[in-house]
Design a protein around this ligand. Structure first.
Ligand code: ZN
Ligand code: FE
Length: 272
């Protein structure tokens, strides 16, 4: 008799149905890097390898080769593993056209509207300036996955090192049209701190309150809060809700523009 546990059924179904899979790899102190594998072609990519060692371990565990490294932006905690992985696997490097001068050794660059391929998995590229001036993000419909780097975080958004609040607000708008069930894979495990901040903006949002409890439970067991679902972000992430009248009211800014409200939320978070 073969006994199949529920989580195995889940895994087997996911594996059988999806065109590819995403492996979440914690790295550095609070970064995530993501292995993306196309099942048919067995082409494998790594997104934002902040360091090489945990990526090599994940590849060796599965007996996979690495074909491609992809960067969302030039910060060291997203590109620090590039050189070693390129050297070890002969992987190609793909990154943002607007950051060519700041990311060494790119073989290919891309920008808004371009399509990238991980085997058969087609990814759509978005320009999402704000955190850095050339930051890009990738959406892969076949696996319903958005790789947002340090633009959109679970319950937060990236700090504005090279952009204005207006730019970041417009960048984040680009994700709105993606399917509700989109899985958001962001660059850092900042979710619990973001949750504590979000509660100060919308203490009476019941979906946010419930989500914060889930997050506290996951972090208490040292589990990732990633990926999150886009529809849940839209209902709870204050940085996506600057055009929601209830947020304007909570801030005493009724009638002000979404950009003005976004600017205020970002300022409060910077001082939180
Ligand atoms: Zn960054
Ligand atoms: Fe980062």
């Amino acid at each position: 008799i073969l006994i199949v546990l529920p989580q195995q059924i889940n895994y087997i179904l996911r594996y059988a149905m999806a065109a590819g899979e995403v492996i979440v790899i914690p790295c550095l102190s609070d970064n995530y890097t993501y292995l993306v594998r196309c099942h048919r072609s067995e082409v494998t990519a790594i997104i934002d390898p902040g360091e090489a060692a945990p990526v090599i371990a994940a590849l060796e565990e599965r007996d996979w080769n690495l074909d491609l490294a992809i960067n969302t932006h030039h910060h060291h905690d997203h590109i620090g593993g590039n050189a070693e992985l390129i050297e070890k696997y002969g992987a190609k490097l793909l990154g943002p056209a607007a950051e060519t001068a700041r990311i060494p050794d790119m073989d290919e660059t891309c920008a808004e509207g371009d399509q990238v391929l991980i085997g058969d998995l087609e990814g759509k590229v978005f320009d999402v300036p704000g955190h850095t001036s050339g930051h890009i993000a990738f959406y892969f419909p076949a696996i319903t996955a958005l790789f947002s780097g340090d633009s959109l975080f679970a319950l937060g958004c990236g700090r504005l090192f090279e952009g204005t609040p207006e730019q970041m607000w417009h960048s984040l708008q680009k994700f709105r049209g993606l399917p509700a069930s989109t899985q958001v894979y962001c660059g850092h495990e900042y979710t619990q701190a973001n949750a504590n901040f979000a509660k100060t903006i919308e203490p009476d949002n019941p979906i946010l309150t419930a989500r914060c409890q889930d997050i506290d439970g996951l972090r208490a067991r040292n589990l990732p809060t990633i990926p999150s679902r886009l529809d849940v972000e839209l209902a709870t992430n204050p940085f996506l809700r600057a055009d929601d009248p209830s947020v304007a009211e909570a801030l005493g800014m009724t009638g002000e523009s979404p950009v003005a409200i976004f600017t205020e939320i970002r300022k409060r978070k910077d001082n939180f």
